[in-house]
Design a protein around this ligand. Sequence first.
Ligand code: ADP
Ligand code: MG
Length: 251
Amino acid sequence: MKTKVIAFLNQKGGVGKTTSTINIGAGLAKLQKKVLLVDFDPQASLSCSLGIESPTYSIYHLVKNQVLLEEVVIKKDKLSIIPASIELSSLEQEYRTAAEKEYLLKKIIKSIKGYDYIFIDCPPSLGLLAINALTAAHEVYIPVQTEFLALQGLGQLMDTLSLITSHTNPHLQVGGIIGTRFNRRKINKEVVAYLKSNFKGKAFKTVIRENVALTEAPSFGKDIYSHNPESNGAKDYYALCKEVIARTVNK
Ligand SMILES: Nc1ncnc2c1ncn2[C@@H]1O[C@H](COP(=O)(O)OP(=O)(O)O)[C@@H](O)[C@H]1O
Ligand SMILES: [Mg+2]
């Protein structure tokens, strides 16, 4: 299969971008897919959540051409990870006036071979890092917390996507909307209903329930399947992985 590059983006924090990147990635790896996770958030939550603390090199050094790919990729179980580091936060300033500043990540991703999926975990903003991720990606997955105010900001996110498709990446598509942190309250159901009717065919059928095991797993440096395979979190993300495969294979 041709490599599918997917950016996980929502400028709101705490909506489940990192949790989804890790657990969809790990689930697809369990399903025998070759998966690379790129941590593109200076806060490095994805790296930390997988037990990677203070790596020698990160995606920052790769962007700056200071290291080779092999020196940066970390293998963990069946996953490959390119970690982030705090230096990434200075990238925007460093490349402020550079002509090709939107294409820094794309250049790197294009040179990486041998993966079925490359997932990019984005920071909670719509700045240069997010623009780089969207420029490098085939698709964007948008995790949305099924909560009050969750829909606020989606308009601005869609405006950013239009800017990208009219400038740096005409082929970018919304590959999926992921409802996260679902409880059984009325507001949760209302948000899910809204997503399903307003993003027809884009909202995944599987909605991720609020589940304490998903919060615990990162403190053990583990994905949800290794931490607690019987949890609702593991079941939901595994069901979502099957939908992801159905949507992406042979496309
Ligand atoms: N379905 C869920 N159930 C319970 N906790 C969750 C769930 N999804 C995410 N979390 C927790 O919520 C917090 C924010 O999630 P995270 O994935 O880091 O969001 P983002 O990357 O969008 O900022 C983390 O502590 C995470 O463990
Ligand atoms: Mg995050």
